[in-house]
Design a protein around this ligand. Structure first.
Ligand code: ADE
Ligand code: ZN
Length: 326
């Protein structure tokens, strides 16, 4: 159809993608073999079958388990290069990708190993795939603020290669204010700021409020719950805060609760864009995510173009690239 062709061809921008969430089962097994790591499963298909998940917490169990096969700089390079290759094939031209340094440093992999591998993949993607990528370091919110601060300090020698900081992992009981000092310091060091606000229970609106007023985020990952609060919704519109929403992972975790949410945000005038979160787990890269939104609530070509353009608007583009994409 015209819509399918438009989705395939429109230049795309990925802003909400955990690079560890692109670790496909086949690569898990290849890296396990390379690093001499014993897997509790015989092959990728069995692993997938035996690791069902139904919410964020159960998803995170498999997510953190599988990434233990990432050990060497080359492993991180191969992970990111596999993603960039897939993304370029979907006409993704710009990507700001999350990585979780503490998911690696906490098991003995050095910060520098992670960043050097990812950085080399970024350099090669710019050269060979016409895909410009940047790195966003996320703190794991279920670890302490002290550990986040230490990670922030550890990042400083690599600052030229990290565009901003985010906050992910288990949100329950881990509000934005827990990291107020860390984010203030990150801002002072020149990083741009984003964080996940996606709690499936009362309290989510408090987290969005804290992210806006206490942390002073530049954008919010998910944040769909603003639809429940007209005041907050109006403020997000007024302040031009971008929301990076993930229709497939949201649907997975919440069933149909947020079906049609993207269209409602668009209609409300929110700077909303559509992204893939953890595509190896939720089965869909950015093109499939746009298709999912269209499947939930039919969109016009113009609305899909707006979603694609909103992503570039929300992105932290350097001036030269802004001129190229907008
Ligand atoms: N880390 C990786 N994927 C995540 C998600 N969907 N939510 C929170 N933390 C994550
Ligand atoms: Zn996410």
């Amino acid at each position: 159809t015209d819509v399918a062709r438009f989705i395939a061809e429109v230049p795309k921008c990925e802003l909400h993608l955990h690079i560890e969430g692109t670790l496909e089962g086949e690569l898990v097994f290849e890296l396990a073999r390379r690093n001499g790591i014993e897997m509790p499963y015989a092959h990728a298909e069995e692993m997938r079958r035996e690791s069902p998940f139904h919410d964020l917490t159960s998803f995170l169990v498999g997510y953190y388990r599988n990434m233990q096969v990432l050990v060497t700089e080359q492993d991180f390079y191969d992970l990111a290069t596999a993603y960039f290759t897939r993304a370029a094939a979907q006409n993704v031209r710009y990507a700001e990708i999350f990585f979780d340094p503490q998911a690696h440093t906490s098991r003995g992999v050095e910060f520098g190993t992670v960043v050097r591998g990812l950085r080399r993949a970024v350099v090669d993607a710019r050269r060979t795939l016409d895909l410009h990528a940047e790195l966003i370091m996320c703190f794991l919110r279920d670890f302490s603020a002290e550990y986040a601060m230490a990670t922030l300090m550890e990042s400083l020698p690599h600052r030229d290669w990290i565009i901003g900081v985010g906050l992910d992992s288990d949100e329950r009981g881990n509000p934005p204010v827990k990291f107020e000092k860390v984010f203030a310091r990150a801002r002072a060091e020149g990083y741009l700021l984003t964080m996940h606000c996606d709690l499936d229970q009362p309290g989510t609106l408090d987290h969005i409020r804290q992210a806006l007023d206490v942390i002073g985020v530049d954008r919010i990952d998910h944040g769909v719950n603003v639809l429940d609060d007209p005041t907050l919704l109006a403020e997000v519109v007024e302040r031009g805060i971008g929301l990076t929403v993930c229709p497939i992972s949201n649907g997975f975790v919440r069933g149909s609760a947020w079906e049609g949410a993207t269209k409602r945000l668009l209609d409300a005038g929110v700077l909303v864009s559509v992204h893939s979160d953890d595509p190896a787990y939720f089965d869909g890269y950015v093109a499939e995510c746009l298709a999912r939104v269209h499947q939930e609530t039919p969109l016009t070509i113009e609305e899909i173009a707006t979603l694609a353009r909103n992503a570039f608007e929300t992105a932290w583009l350097p001036a030269t690239l802004r001129a190229r994409f907008l």
